[in-house]
Write a protein that binds this ligand. Structure first.
Ligand SMILES: Cc1cc2nc3c(=O)[nH]c(=O)nc-3n(C[C@H](O)[C@H](O)[C@H](O)COP(=O)(O)O)c2cc1C
Length: 190
């Protein structure tokens, strides 16, 4: 691992206060190498629905904040549940905002991994597949081979930080993002 600081943007596909995926993000933050700043962009619920008419130089402030956070990051980590077999709408909306300007979105070429917890037996893997596909089309460098879809029952009602295997896997995911970002020469933000 490098000794310089690396910022990784985190997006969370659940707005629920008691979200297990939020706990997964907390676990990723706690288990990350010290030189990594995992920065949760916790405002996707404030984004208006994507509309080309308002996607101008004066785009709404939460949109500007989202794009600025993505621009500052060297990589991105996405944690999301599955809703009705696919991506929660609030997350898909954030992807749409991040996909513009077309061909030059703020995550263009940046390594991105999708993880998550969901109640179903496949741990939300349909949603994770769709999220990977959509972010890839939006321009991110999706690390398709990195997969971590965890069924809720694996946690046995405990916070994910109590699951050593999961915490270790999350650390590996973050390390992989740092290595990929470095290989692409993406600068850390500070
Ligand atoms: C609207 C809705 C749709 C859901 N659809 C699915 C689904 O398709 N597959 C699944 O595994 N879980 C589904 N669930 C259950 C979620 O996986 C579960 O509530 C999970 O804990 C939500 O993530 P969170 O705790 O981070 O909010 C759904 C939940 C809601 C509220």
């Amino acid at each position: 691992m490098r000794s310089v600081r690396v910022t990784i943007m985190v997006l969370l596909g659940s707005l629920r206060e008691g979200s297990i995926n939020r706990q997964l993000v907390e676990t990723a933050v706690e288990s990350a190498p010290t030189e990594v700043d995992l920065q949760l962009f916790d405002r996707i619920g404030e984004l208006p629905f994507y509309n080309e008419d308002i996607d101008t130089q004066d785009a709404p402030e939460p949109v500007m904040a989202l794009r600025a956070a993505a621009a500052e990051a060297a990589a991105a980590l996405v944690a999301t549940p599955e809703y009705n077999g696919t991506i929660p709408a609030v997350l898909k909306n954030a992807i749409d905002w991040l996909s513009r300007p077309w061909g030059n979105g703020a995550l263009k070429g940046k390594p991105l991994v999708v993880v998550g917890v969901a109640r179903g037996r496949y741990g939300g893997s349909w949603a994770h597949d769709e999220t990977r596909k959509s972010f890839g089309i939006a321009g991110a460098k999706v690390l398709d081979e990195v997969r971590l879809s965890t069924p809720t029952e694996v946690l046995g009602g405990l916070h994910p930080r109590e699951n050593r295997e999961l915490a270790t896997a999350l650390r590996s995911v973050v390390e992989k993002l740092v290595v990929e970002a470095a290989e692409r020469g993406l600068p850390p933000s500070r």
